[in-house]
Design a protein. Structure first.
Length: 237
């Protein structure tokens, strides 16, 4: 038996299935995100954080120490806009890959935007029995992230070529870029918290691509039913 054949024999079947397919059952796990989805997610994350660590020392001397990670402030000024373009391009790919799954239903718009469900969710006080693959909060964060990325791109392009725009527009560009970054940073902090500490097992869906049946049944009962064909037991939060 060749080494490649031996490796295939002992490979994790869930990981193999998650290379191209998702929303399928493999043993006691469910493939939630295939390899392409995970690659898109981590490309957006990587380019975003490079933009953060190169942009913060440009923004204020308080974070000047970050510039040393990239060879100095002058290097940050060069690579920051280019990684901003890379971040935007990866966000565009993410948008077209996930937009169909992220459509907010009318009830979700009412609950999550004006109904106070976001705070209830953070306190584990919501009934998730009707939640599909993504809940309203995840969908709302997706759209806010895409809008924030667009704001960063447009204002960033103006800041990249400041002499091409009137001074008054440049003032607005700086305000929009700073404000949008702060909004985006808050969204990312919430996203990381919910994907790690708050809901154990979630992070694995973006590394291995899989979640356990118990996780799916608890957090996304309707998606669990669609994938498994089983009726989930009530899981009040």
């Amino acid at each position: 038996m060749t080494r490649a054949a031996a490796q295939r024999r002992h490979a994790d079947p869930a990981v193999i299935a998650g290379q191209k397919r998702e929303d399928i059952i493999v043993g006691d796990e469910i493939v939630r995100h295939n390899r392409a989805s995970r690659l898109i997610h981590w490309t957006v994350a990587l380019t975003f954080f490079i933009c953060v660590f190169t942009g913060m020392p440009i923004w204020t001397p308080v974070f000047g120490w970050m510039a040393a990670l990239f060879g100095g402030l002058s290097v940050c000024r060069v690579i920051h806009p280019w990684f901003g373009v890379a971040f935007m391009l990866s966000t565009v790919v993410m948008f077209f890959a996930w937009a169909s799954d992220m459509r907010l239903r009318k009830s979700e718009r009412k609950e999550w935007i004006s109904g106070g469900r976001a705070m209830q969710y953070m306190r584990w006080e919501t009934d998730d029995s009707k939640v599909g693959k993504y809940n309203g909060g995840q969908k709302l964060q997706f759209w806010l992230s895409c809008l924030a990325a667009l704001g960063l791109l447009l204002s960033g392009l103006m800041m990249w070529f400041p002499r091409s725009f009137p001074a008054i527009l440049m003032q607005f560009a700086y305000l929009i870029h700073d404000g949008t970054f702060i909004l985006f940073a808050m969204l990312i902090i919430i996203h990381i918290y919910l994907g790690t500490i708050a809901e154990p097992g979630t992070f694995g869906s973006m590394t291995r691509g899989t979640v356990t049946r118990a996780w799916a049944r608890l957090h996304h009962p309707c998606w669990y039913r669609d994938v498994t064909g089983e009726e989930p037991r009530p899981n009040p939060r």
